[in-house]
Ligand binder design. Structure first.
Ligand code: XIL
Length: 330
């Protein structure tokens, strides 16, 4: 064959630049781990980078579209939806038996210009929000295990992020979004998701408080997501994560680590950070899984030099891989 795929010595043709993600390896069985072990995915990387695709197929049992379900991508013009990227990831997941986390329905980043620059009344925005949730959740009804319904609602000091939704609708935007999601897919587990709420501090306290309040107010929430974007210098200990998970369990809610990476750490500290989170999740009855924010360092959102993931740029496993998988493998 004239065009050999670079890297591994076999004669598979190179992956096509568009269309479905090829499944050219044996997918790992879901039962291989006690909980879902996920990765954030871009279909283009999976098609074009053999190492990325094969690690994804053989090591992860869950996927989250890394950006493919974000508002600016799925609804770039008012009234116009484009599900090309989201569909590619969802169809790949179904073909390989992987669980799917949908991410995110309501956030204040990666919004389309028509929405950010529009001159909308609160009533308009409520309607826009409801429609968006119904459109997205409805399209994938019955196929998405967990949705991040509201992403990053809080500021670092624990107050509400003064985003487009909060300014128009106050805290009620959260209830509106969860109710619309429940209506569009009664089976999906609905999560709130937050960044930087792992370590002790006002944001962490406010986040737990908010989750508890939503639950008491009968907002249809099922789970609390901790992103856990960590660094070698600063990552939550196993004991800390266990305390958070325990607090959420007492509210009657599930938890998940939704976007973990450990940037700028040596192998040892990186492995420790992943081991801490994986052990806490594996041992917590209410933890549904741990998702890593990418597959190989080459395509990390933090830049490849941050080396935050489980596989290096060429797809070689790092010590962090075993550290993360071991707790889910007993
Ligand atoms: C990141 C993606 O990885 C990037 O590709 C994109 O440019 C920016 O967003 N918190 C989140 C994720 O909830 O959606 C973000 O993902 C990372 C931080």
């Amino acid at each position: 064959m004239a065009l050999a795929a670079c890297g591994d010595a076999d004669d598979r043709p190179p992956a096509p630049p568009s269309g479905p993600i090829p499944v050219d390896d044996d997918p790992i069985a879901r039962e291989a781990y006690s909980k879902a072990v996920g990765a954030a995915v871009w279909s283009g990387h999976a098609r074009e980078d053999d190492a990325y695709r094969r690690r994804l197929i053989t090591h992860f049992t869950s996927v989250t579209p890394e950006d493919g379900m974000k508002w600016a991508i799925v609804n770039p013009q008012r009234g116009e939806y484009d599900f090309t990227e989201a569909d590619a990831v969802v169809e790949f997941a179904e073909q390989t038996g992987k669980r799917i986390r949908g991410h995110p329905l309501v956030w204040d980043l990666q919004l389309p210009d028509w929405l950010e620059d529009g001159d909308f009344t609160p009533e308009d925005l409520e309607e826009i929000l409801r429609r968006h949730v119904a459109e997205l959740v409805g399209r994938y009804q019955g196929r998405i295990a967990e949705w991040d319904v509201v992403n990053e609602p809080l500021a670092d000091d624990g107050s509400w992020e003064e985003n487009i939704w909060y300014r128009a609708l106050g805290e009620d935007y959260v209830r509106i979004a969860f109710e619309a999601a429940r209506e569009a897919d009664p089976e999906a587990r609905l999560f709130i998701n937050e960044i930087g709420a792992e370590s002790r501090g006002p944001k962490s306290d406010a986040y737990l408080e908010l989750a508890g309040r939503l639950r008491r107010d009968d907002v249809p929430i099922d789970g609390v997501g901790f992103q856990n974007h960590a660094t070698g210098e600063r990552y939550p200990s196993q004991a800390r994560i266990e305390r958070l998970f325990g607090a959420v369990r007492r509210m009657g809610l599930d938890v998940a680590i939704t976007e973990m990476d450990v940037a700028n750490a040596g192998d040892g500290r990186q492995a420790s950070a992943y081991r801490a989170a994986a052990t806490a999740c594996a041992e917590a009855r209410n933890c549904t899984g741990l998702t890593v924010w990418g597959v190989t360092d080459r395509w990390s959102w933090l830049g490849r030099d941050a080396e935050p993931l489980l596989f290096n740029g060429r797809g070689r496993p790092k010590p962090a891989l075993d550290a993360l998988l071991m707790p889910f493998s007993d």
